[in-house]
Design a protein around this ligand. Structure first.
Ligand code: HEM
Ligand code: HEM
Length: 174
């Protein structure tokens, strides 16, 4: 198994990033759902504190994945059709836009941000930055749910193509 991708299968690095992020995103949506559906319960108290730090880690992993994908693009397995290509592109864009919007809101509110105790930015006194807060408040949750919808569609399509000429699972698994 090669570290790099080739035209018939993804390599170890792409696979590690794909499956590690799939697991972390699953957890991220558990915390979002707990916040939305189970406010002020023990379930929310358990999951919600992980939402911001894990969201920041996902952004970092996605940037690394994007840079890695750019180095592999010339020799990765080709998309089976345009919809698959655009769908993968949309997943990339959303996994970047969703946490960026939340970070904008966090910054604009004047609150410090220290995921896992690592200082990313300090807070400030004085007036909040309204446009940053509005962008986050209007779009973070909504685009987050859209991402979940696309992820579900992605998984269903991967399963639907099993045992067909377009079975793409062996490229990413085994
Ligand atoms: C890939 C990363 C992320 C995903 C998929 C995600 C997803 C979501 C979703 C679906 C919601 C809606 C839940 C609800 O309506 O109650 C939400 C809410 C929230 N998220 Fe995230 N999130 C991510 C990263 C972050 C980050 C990095 C932060 C903070 C720095 C953050 C802070 C919040 C806050 C404060 C809320 C509650 C307010 C709101 O609904 O906008 N999220 N997130
Ligand atoms: C059980 C869950 C999942 C399964 C079974 C699955 C399956 C697959 C398969 C078979 C491929 C190869 C498709 C091809 O080459 O045409 C693929 C690629 C891809 N998947 Fe998933 N996937 C899952 C979860 C996710 C999640 C949660 C994301 C969210 C970001 C995601 C994003 C992508 C992307 C962007 C690609 C394109 C290759 C890349 O750049 O890494 N997948 N997936």
């Amino acid at each position: 198994m090669s570290l790099k991708d080739n035209t018939s299968r993804y390599g170890t690095i792409s696979r590690f990033l794909h499956w590690a992020m799939a697991l972390l995103l699953f957890w991220q949506f558990l915390s979002a759902a707990a916040h939305y559906f189970l406010e002020d319960t023990a379930v929310e108290a358990f999951f919600w504190p992980t939402h911001k730090p894990l969201g920041a880690l996902l952004l970092l992993l996605m940037v690394i994945r994007l840079l890695w994908a750019l180095t592999q693009v010339a020799h990765r397995p080709p998309s089976i059709n345009l919809v698959a290509k655009l769908g993968h592109l949309a997943l990339y864009l959303l996994v970047i836009a969703v946490p960026v919007l939340a970070l904008l809101r966090q910054y604009g509110s004047g609150r410090a941000f220290e995921p896992f105790g690592i200082p990313v930015f300090a807070g400030f006194e004085g007036e909040k930055i309204e446009w940053m807060m509005d962008a986050g408040s209007n779009l973070h949750g909504e685009l987050g749910w859209l991402l979940l919808l696309l992820m579900v569609g992605h998984v269903l399509m991967a399963i639907r193509h099993r045992n067909s000429a377009n079975d793409v699972m062996p490229r990413m698994w085994k």
